[in-house]
Design a protein around this ligand. Structure first.
Ligand code: SF4
Ligand code: SF4
Length: 161
């Protein structure tokens, strides 16, 4: 069973609570919040198999910056311009993002075929181990509807603070 099955509906029901939690944390960030997130992230991912999920790669186009484009194009032996043309779109903020979902580099076995060369945004997803996590709370609320690990982390956060 995919760990994200039914998540969108459950997250939709929790959205208001998570938004309130995010507002509370942003207003008065608890001491040690970044360390708390790092531990909660480790705990959540120890219980979830990303290869049984791949929901992020299936639903959420990553952003790509110049270095990401150069690294991937070089790996694929393409000119950066051709890579952009084939795989990317420019969003309204002038940032490149993967053109299609599921990601064209996601295999049927849920492995990323360019894993070593994947964009920084993919490496950092789901953004739960950043510094100053109180500034990332809205992103966490959004990602809780995509990623079962983030959902677990926010449920735990709700119980802890
Ligand atoms: S990071 Fe989250 S959404 Fe992506 S595969 Fe892992 S559990 Fe699923
Ligand atoms: S590049 Fe790899 S990790 Fe990133 S979205 Fe595509 S399949 Fe997923």
């Amino acid at each position: 069973m995919n760990p994200s099955d039914g998540l969108a509906e459950i997250a939709r029901r929790k959205a208001a609570d998570f938004k309130q939690l995010a507002a509370r944390i942003r207003k008065k960030p608890p001491a040690g919040l970044d360390e708390w997130f790092a531990e909660a992230d480790e705990e959540a991912f120890s219980a979830i198999d990303c290869l049984a999920c791949a929901q992020c790669c299936k639903t959420t186009p990553p952003m790509l910056f110049e270095k990401d484009i150069e690294r991937l194009a070089s790996h694929l032996r393409m000119r950066p311009g051709n890579f952009v043309e084939q795989y990317l779109i420019l969003d309204t903020d002038g940032i490149y993002a993967m053109r299609s979902t599921p990601c064209p580099f996601l295999g049927a076995d849920n492995y990323c075929s360019v894993y070593e060369y994947r964009p920084k945004a993919c490496r950092e997803f789901p953004h739960t181990t950043h510094r100053r996590m109180y500034q990332k709370m809205q992103l966490a609320v959004t990602n809780a509807a995509i990623c079962p690990a983030v959902f677990r982390i926010l449920e735990k956060l709700e119980r802890s603070f």
